[in-house]
Design a protein around this ligand. Structure first.
Ligand SMILES: *[C@@H]1O[C@H](CO)[C@@H](O)[C@H](O)[C@H]1NC(C)=O
Ligand SMILES: *[C@@H]1O[C@H](CO)[C@@H](O)[C@H](O)[C@H]1NC(C)=O
Ligand SMILES: *[C@@H]1O[C@H](CO)[C@@H](O)[C@H](O)[C@H]1NC(C)=O
Ligand SMILES: *[C@@H]1O[C@H](CO)[C@@H](O)[C@H](O)[C@H]1NC(C)=O
Length: 394
C-alpha cells in the first residue's frame, strides 16, 4: 500500500518533469531496504559491555541473533592491492598469501553439527566443550584423543563434549581424500566441524574466528571451553575439578587462563615460522595472551571475543590474536600453573613430561605422540599409581 502510494506520487511528480525528485525517492527507498536487510551487520558493531557483571552478561545474551550459517555468495577474491605495500615482494610466500586473503572471513561449512550441544537452550548443560584444532590428515591424533582425554562423557555430574575444527588440505585429489576421510569420521563420531579454507598455519586465526561464530550460533550457553591442539595431553578431569571449584562456575563470568605471555616480543626474523613483518603489525610486542597449545575460557568470554574480533583485522598468530580481542574488551588473560605449553621462542625442554606422576596434578602439557598419549592416559588413571603428595592446582 505504502509503496503504491509513493509510486503514484512519484508518477505525478514525474509527469511534471521532476526527474531529480524521482531519483531521490528511489534512492531513499533503496536506503531503507538496505538498512533493514543489513541490521545484523549494523548490530555486530553495536557498543559492547566490557566488564563482567551478571547484568552485562544478560545484555550480551539478548544481543545475540541466532541464525543459520552465513554462506558467502561467491568465492572471496585475492586483494591484489596488497602488492603496493612497501617491500611486499621481499616478504615470505606464506605472509604474502596471508595478506592476499586476510579480508576473507566467511567460508562455507563442509561438515556441520548444529545439534552438538543439544540446541541453543540446552547448550547450558554442556559444562566443558573441548575444541580441538586438527588438520584433515591427523587421523591418528583424533583417534587417540577420542579414546583418551577427549572422550565425551558425564564426569562428576557434568557433561564433557568434543569437536575437532578443521579446514581442507592440499588441492585436487589430496584435498578430496582428506575431505572423504572426515566425512567417514563424521558418520562414526559426529565430532567434526569443517570449513572450506586452506588449513595452514597462517589460517589458524581464521579457523578460530569461524569456530567462535559457530559457537555463538549453536552453543552460546556452554559453561566453559578448552581450546587446544590435537597433540596436547589435557587432564580433562582435573579441568572439571578446577572449573567446578571456581566461585562462579556457571560460565557467566570472565575466565581466560593458561600459559600466560606478557610482553611477548613479535618475531622479526624472516626464517621463523612466527615471523610477522611491520606491514602486518607495527608494535614490537603482543598484548598479554595464553599459549595456543591449550587454554580454558568461559562461555561468556568466548562470546565477548567473538564480538571484538569482528572489528579487529585477522592476525596470523591465533593465540596472540585472542589477546588482542581480550584487550579490546578490557579483559585480561590469567596464568594457570597447571598448564605447561611452550611459546613462540622457547625450545622444547623434554623434561619429565612422560612421567605419570608429573601429569597427575596438571591440567595440560604440550606435545605428545599418539602412542605416548594412550600409554600415559592409562598410567595416570592406574589405581595402583604411587606418587608423592599431590600438588595443589590453584
Ligand atoms: C586491500 O589491501 C589494501 C592495502 O593493504 C587495503 O588498504 C584495503 O583495505 C584492502 N581491501 C580489502 C577489501 O580488505
Ligand atoms: C529457548 O528459551 C527461550 C527463553 O526461555 C524461549 O523463548 C525459546 O522459545 C526457547 N527455544 C527453544 C528452541 O526451545
Ligand atoms: C594451501 O596452502 C599450501 C601451503 O601454503 C599450498 O601449497 C597449497 O597450494 C594451498 N592450496 C590451495 C588450494 O590454495
Ligand atoms: C587461507 O585460506 C584461503 C582459502 O582457502 C586461501 O585462499 C589462503 O591462501 C589461505 N591463507 C594462507 C595464509 O594459507
Amino acid at each position: 500500500m505504502v509503496s503504491s502510494n509513493i509510486w503514484n506520487a512519484s508518477l505525478r511528480i514525474f509527469r511534471r518533469g521532476h526527474i531529480a525528485a524521482v531519483f531521490l525517492i528511489g534512492a531513499f527507498l533503496l536506503l531503507i531496504y538496505l538498512l533493514q536487510n543489513n541490521a545484523d551487520i549494523l548490530d555486530s558493531y553495536a557498543p559492547y559491555p566490557s566488564t563482567d557483571t551478571a547484568e552485562d552478561y544478560s545484555k550480551l545474551k539478548s544481543a545475540i541473533k541466532y541464525r543459520n550459517p552465513v554462506f558467502p555468495e561467491q568465492k572471496c577474491k585475492a586483494n591484489m592491492s596488497v602488492t603496493n605495500m612497501k617491500d611486499f615482494s621481499s616478504l615470505p610466500d606464506a605472509i604474502k598469501e596471508f595478506l592476499y586473503y586476510r579480508h576473507c572471513r566467511k567460508f562455507p561449512m563442509l561438515l556441520d553439527l548444529p545439534d552438538k550441544c543439544g540446541g541453543v537452550n540446552k547448550s547450558k548443560e554442556v559444562f566443558l566443550l573441548l575444541v580441538i584444532k586438527s588438520s584433515p590428515l591427523n587421523y591418528d591424533r583424533r583417534e587417540v584423543l577420542r579414546k583418551t582425554w577427549a572422550k565425551e562423557r558425564l564426569h562428576n555430574g557434568v557433561w564433557i563434549r568434543r569437536v575437532f575444527i578443521l579446514g581442507t588440505t592440499g588441492s585436487g585429489e589430496e584435498k578430496e581424500k582428506g575431505n572423504n576421510l572426515l566425512k567417514v569420521e563424521q558418520e562414526d563420531f559426529k565430532d567434526i566441524l569443517q570449513w572450506d579454507f586452506n588449513d595452514t598455519f597462517h589460517n589458524l586465526t581464521l579457523k578460530q574466528t569461524l569456530f567462535l561464530q559457530w559457537m555463538e550460533r549453536n552453543c552460546p550457553n556452554v559453561r566453559f571451553l578448552l581450546n587446544g591442539d590435537d597433540d596436547v595431553f589435557a587432564h580433562t578431569e582435573n579441568m572439571v575439578k578446577y572449573l567446578q571449584s571456581l566461585p562462579d562456575n556457571d560460565g557467566s563470568k570472565h575466565l581466560f587462563t593458561g600459559y600466560l605471555f606478557i610482553n611477548e616480543k613479535v618475531v622479526r626474523w624472516k626464517g621463523s615460522k612466527y615471523f610477522i613483518p611491520v606491514q602486518i603489525q607495527k608494535s614490537n610486542a603482543y598484548q598479554p595472551y595464553c599459549g595456543g597449545g591449550g587454554y580454558l575460557l568461559s562461555g561468556y568470554t568466548a562470546l565477548v571475543i567473538n564480538r571484538m574480533s569482528q572489528s579487529i583485522p585477522i592476525h596470523p598468530i591465533d593465540d596472540a590474536y585472542m589477546g588482542m580481542c581480550l584487550s579490546k574488551a578490557g579483559l585480561s588473560p590469567s596464568s594457570h600453573i597447571g598448564v605447561k605449553t611452550l611459546g613462540l621462542n622457547m625450545p622444547s625442554k623434554g623434561e619429565d613430561h612422560l612421567k605419570p606422576c608429573y601429569l597427575r596434578d596438571l591440567l595440560l602439557v604440550h606435545r605428545f605422540l599418539p602412542i605416548d598419549m594412550y600409554l600415559m592416559w592409562k598410567q595416570v588413571h592406574d589405581p595402583h599409581l604411587k606418587c608423592g603428595p599431590s600438588q595443589k592446582l590453584r
